[in-house]
Design a protein around this ligand. Structure first.
Ligand code: MN
Ligand code: MN
Length: 397
């Protein structure tokens, strides 16, 4: 570390773009954001294996515009923020106790994960069958494209992640009941509902989006009997109470149309990687992966072929992205569990394990191809362990 005063504590606490393994780099004396350099240790001092051009595969909800309303807030990550993420877009929303995301619908299906608190959701499908349910932490909901719905925060309010099957989606560009009323001639409203125009004198003059209301009564007290019954496939699923696939380094809960039949356009895995664990080297043969980090911190290297690879650091509140079929792993770099969601615009969750692929291929072929040691060949597993244990996060720039 040339020109760096080794005995100066202040300097030693500040990370420098110098790689220990080969001494590449030099001291950064210029304008810099030290907090972000610390958060992005693997971009600031990339592993020596990183090479070539890969577009940005990370965006933090902390870097988005926050829309504040009476009744809650929302922010989103779309292609406008993360241009490569064309398959899915995400919205992080919070509703106060009684706060309502108004009656609305949109051209995309809506898949949601409850992050905390409780909410009541309502919906009515094209056959007049309704669905009214309460959801809490770890629950999912799914509204098919074009089906109208609402969300309301209960007792202590709630926060959730919404995922839409189109990267160019915006939650600020949906079809709302208040917006439609405001932009329909009053004589048409009068004619359509069969009441005098005066009945519409107090309607909102513009889209409401989110508003503050009282916490509603019990689910039972709010039930509306439809003559056509309720929707045939439930719009909710309790993902967190689903028994996980337990592995040596963590656990995985997979949800797609095989166990949540209404969710035909979004498949997901909720992954917990324990300290000293990693999501093994793998890829997905169906579609791009859109990730949301819920807790902890980790790093991911994405391999794009032709010598191209790039490493990113992620923490709670970040979104990650992996283009279709690109190889990747996710390593827990912290001392608490790393939790994240992998999501795909697909009816099924599928992945290919590098370890399993090698184990089920003729041994001599793998040995010659990689000049592999018997030590490696002997530990290959025919079973898939999506999260593995290893001696601990060792990389230090
Ligand atoms: Mn919606
Ligand atoms: Mn993956």
């Amino acid at each position: 570390m040339e020109n760096l005063p080794q005995n100066d504590n202040v300097y030693n606490q500040i990370p420098q773009p110098i790689r220990r393994s080969d001494g590449a780099g030099g001291v950064d004396r210029g304008p810099r954001d030290i907090m972000r350099d610390k958060e992005n240790a693997n971009m600031f001092v990339p592993p020596i294996t990183d090479a070539g051009l890969l577009p940005n595969l990370k965006f933090s909800f902390s870097d988005t515009h926050m829309k504040l309303n009476q009744g809650g807030w929302s922010r989103e990550i779309t292609v406008r923020d993360l241009p490569i993420a064309t398959t899915l877009a995400g919205v992080n929303m919070s509703l106060t106790a009684g706060g309502v995301r108004e009656l609305h619908w949109h051209q995309q299906a809506e898949w949601a994960y409850m992050l905390l608190g409780k909410a009541r959701i309502t919906s009515v499908d094209q056959a007049g069958r309704n669905f009214i349910a309460d959801v809490s932490e770890g629950d999912l909901w799914y509204f098919p494209a074009g089906i109208p719905h609402s969300i309301q925060g209960l007792e202590d309010g709630c926060e959730f992640l919404l995922v839409f099957g189109d990267g160019s989606f915006s939650d600020l560009n949906t079809l709302s009941i208040s917006d439609w009323f405001a932009h329909t001639p009053k004589e048409v409203l009068s004619a359509s509902f069969g009441v005098p125009e005066a009945a519409f004198s107090d309607i909102p003059s513009d889209q409401v989006y989110i508003f503050q209301d009282q916490v509603p009564g019990s689910l039972e007290s709010q039930k509306v009997q439809s003559p056509y019954g309720t929707v045939p496939l439930s719009f909710t699923h309790s993902l967190l109470s689903q028994p996980p696939l337990k592995t040596p380094g963590g656990n995985v809960r997979i949800v797609d149309s095989s166990n949540f039949p209404i969710a035909k356009t979004v498949a997901a895995a909720l992954v917990e990687v324990e300290p000293g664990g990693m999501r093994e080297l793998h890829w997905h043969p169906n579609n791009d992966e859109w990730q949301y980090y819920l807790a902890g911190q980790g790093r991911m290297t994405v391999f794009a072929g032709n010598g191209i690879a790039r490493t990113f650091d992620y923490r709670a509140g970040d979104v990650g992205y992996v283009p279709f079929a690109y190889g990747h792993y996710i390593q827990n770099t912290g001392d608490q569990s790393l939790w994240f969601l992998e999501m795909f615009k697909s009816d099924r969750f599928v992945d290919v394990s590098l370890n399993q692929w090698m184990a089920l291929t003729p041994r001599e072929l793998v040995k010659k191809n990689l000049n592999a040691s018997d030590e490696l060949l002997n530990v290959l597993r025919k079973e898939k362990w999506p999260v593995v244990k290893y001696p601990g996060y060792a990389y230090e720039p």
